[in-house]
Design a protein around this ligand. Structure first.
Ligand code: ADP
Ligand code: MG
Length: 374
């Protein structure tokens, strides 16, 4: 049984915070610090660049970094503050907020509200917290705007392909067809008056893996804001929100990982008051007869998406960036690009990959302006 969060807190950081003053040096020396977690199904890599010592800026301001292994993945919060004690208290409350989201929404946690909704599928509605209700309702919105490409009822197929238990398998087409009948966000019944959720068919199940990490980051940011922390970067397994800026820079510098060279970056961009998230085919996947099967599944075909190596989305909230990165991954370059363009404050890059593992890039205008490629 995969531990803890699993379902939505997977383990990787395709994006990493780069102290750019050191970045070139670091790149040249290939000293990206790697946290490698090997799971039976996949080889998962979490790459981050960190300073060895806290930065002392001016007289008193310090860089405070806390990294925690949170139920199967890594979360990191970086704050610049003069008041180290208060900053650490604020960081603790932000980690608590992320842990609470996991407690409510992880399908790996039998006590979560999502697990209860899944147990009651086809039977009765389940009363849930405003947080869970909000995330499920938002997920349905992302289904609607992506023409069903994003669909949190994908769980039966995620399980069939072995991603839930991290033991990849190719299901027979008959099984895929059966599961497809259970995948449809329109069969989620919401009762807004009483915050109740019901799955209309027996066998249906929700998987918030494509959206809840982003929401958790937003919750963490809310806590940090309330604690008057001004300059902070929250990074939950590659789902990030950048607030304010490091004292000596005008924005946070975020590196974007190369989807096939785990020690290398495609480039970096500067971010402030924005969220960023990546969906990739290099975190949770398995190879069968030379073909790569990744964990993002097309709800139309019932098969893992191929031809896209990664999608990175910049958005006003981390939940939006998280959901849209998964949605665009499923939609592919053409329709995905249209979706990015249609949303205010949303920018993105789609990295396509062909049979020869050649990469090609589609970038929105706003992304192009921010992006500095290596
Ligand atoms: P990660 O979980 O690595 O952060 P994503 O945010 O792209 O990556 O989410 C992928 C996860 O979302 C999968 O592991 C699965 O739990 C779920 N998922 C897979 N396909 C879909 C889909 N079409 N729509 C919504 N969620 C999906
Ligand atoms: Mg996502």
């Amino acid at each position: 049984m995969p531990s803890g969060v699993g379902a939505f807190l997977s383990k990787r950081a395709p994006l990493c915070f780069v102290n750019f003053r050191n970045a070139v040096k670091i790149m040249l020396k290939f000293t990206i610090r790697l946290f490698i977690i090997l799971a039976p199904l996949t080889s998962i890599c979490l790459a981050q660049v960190q300073l060895e010592n806290p930065d002392i800026i001016g007289e008193e301001e310090q860089k405070i970094v806390q990294t925690r292994q949170m139920m199967g993945t890594w979360a990191e919060i970086t704050v610049y503050s003069q008041d180290v004690k208060s900053a650490n208290i604020a960081i603790d409350s932000a980690f608590d907020a992320m842990t609470a989201v996991n407690g409510l929404m992880s399908a790996y946690n039998q006590d979560s509200e999502i697990s209860e909704i899944n147990r009651q599928a086809g039977k009765k509605p389940v009363s849930v917290s405003p947080q869970t209700f909000f995330v499920v309702k938002s997920a349905i919105y992302y289904s609607e705007i992506s023409d069903g490409a994003f669909d949190i009822t994908i769980s039966p197929l995620v399980r069939s392909w072995g991603f839930f238990r991290k033991q990849g398998r190719i299901p027979p087409q008959e099984e895929i067809d059966q599961q497809l009948a259970l995948v449809n966000y329109k069969l989620i019944e919401l009762d807004s008056e009483r915050n109740r959720i019901k799955l209309l068919k027996n066998g249906m199940a929700l998987d918030l893996g494509g959206i809840a990490k982003g929401y958790a980051v937003d919750q963490a940011i809310e806590k940090l804001r309330a604690s008057k922390v001004e300059n902070v970067l929250v990074n939950l397994s590659g789902n990030m929100y950048a607030m304010g800026h490091p004292k000596d820079k005008e924005a946070w510098h975020i590196g974007i990982r190369h989807p096939r060279q785990k020690d290398n970056l495609l480039g970096f961009l500067k971010l402030k008051e924005k969220a960023i998230a990546t969906s990739g085919d290099y975190e949770k996947y398995f190879i069968h007869e030379g073909k790569r099967y990744s964990h993002i599944i097309n709800p139309r075909t019932g098969h893992p998406v191929s031809g896209i190596a990664s999608v990175t989305i910049i958005a006003p909230t981390a939940m939006k960036a998280d959901a849209l990165s998964t949605a665009v991954f499923v939609l592919g370059a053409e329709k995905g690009f249209q979706l990015i363009k249609s949303k205010d404050g949303v920018e993105g890059i789609i990295v396509q990959i062909d049979d020869k593992e050649e990469l090609s890039f589609v970038m929105s205008e706003g992304f192009k302006k921010r992006f500095i490629s290596y």
